[in-house]
Write a protein that binds this ligand. Structure first.
Ligand code: TYD
Length: 217
């Protein structure tokens, strides 16, 4: 692989599918290979290094489940956060030739705001285009981690997150089922490989590496 050519790699999937764990493992592989690595998380992160100050402020608002918002407003907030992260973190890193590893991309909005909250796919694409560009919308590599509804619910419960659920975790089972199905449909429609996140961390890591090490032309 040409060490000067930046690579934008996206790991997608519903909450509880293990995106952050796998992104961290991918980062280790690339760092060992001598690459500069930049990790980002949409719509922001508890780790300020993985986001920007403005995106993190937006995320704080987004995650406040007490603030009721229309789907259009959510799309605006997520789009603003992703625009920030794209301009301020991802693009400069790609220009330096770094490997960018991202937990989530606009496929999350297609799943949550689209199929979860009922927004039109074309509107989401239009909005995303306004805030980002074609490279963002066509990452060099993307994979979607999938889990059955039951396995996902079990994992989320084990993490104890339901004691203090945020905006989307507090939505009913029906919402979660729609988001899960959306990811399967998005994978098919956008030709993105799915990986069963029900395996061990190591099994999932190996499966992802197959796609990442040999990105489709
Ligand atoms: P995230 O920060 O990934 O959650 P956490 O850090 O708690 O795992 O995302 C917050 C929530 O926002 C999560 O439930 C997924 C949802 N989300 C959307 O609805 N649309 C989007 O475009 C993105 C990026 C996330």
């Amino acid at each position: 692989m040409d060490k000067r050519a930046g690579l934008y790699i996206v790991v997608e999937g519903n909450d509880g599918t293990g995106k952050s764990t796998q992104v961290a493992l991918l980062a280790d592989e690339y760092l060992r290979g001598g690459y500069e690595v930049c990790i980002v998380e949409e719509p922001g992160s508890d780790d300020p290094e993985k986001s920007t100050p403005a995106a993190n402020e937006l995320r704080r608002l987004i995650k406040n489940g007490d603030l009721e918002r229309a789907p259009e407003i959510n799309l605006g907030l997520f789009s603003a956060a992703r625009g920030e992260i794209w301009r301020e973190k991802i693009k400069p890193a790609l220009d330096r030739g770094a490997i960018v590893l991202s937990a989530r991309n606009y496929y999350s909005s297609l799943a949550y705001q689209g199929r979860g909250e009922g927004m039109d796919e074309a509107e989401i694409i239009r909005m995303t285009r306004l805030f980002t560009d074609e490279h963002y919308m066509q990452p060099d590599v993307a994979v979607i981690l999938t889990l059955s509804d039951a396995a996902r619910a079990e994992r989320i419960a084990m993490r104890g997150e339901l004691k203090n659920p945020d905006t989307f975790e507090s939505r009913g089972d029906d919402f979660q089922t729609r988001v899960n199905q959306a990811y399967i449909d998005i994978a098919r429609q956008y030709n993105i490989p799915t990986i069963d996140a029900g395996g061990t961390v190591e099994e999932v890591r190996v499966a992802i590496w197959e796609y990442v090490a040999r990105p489709a032309a």
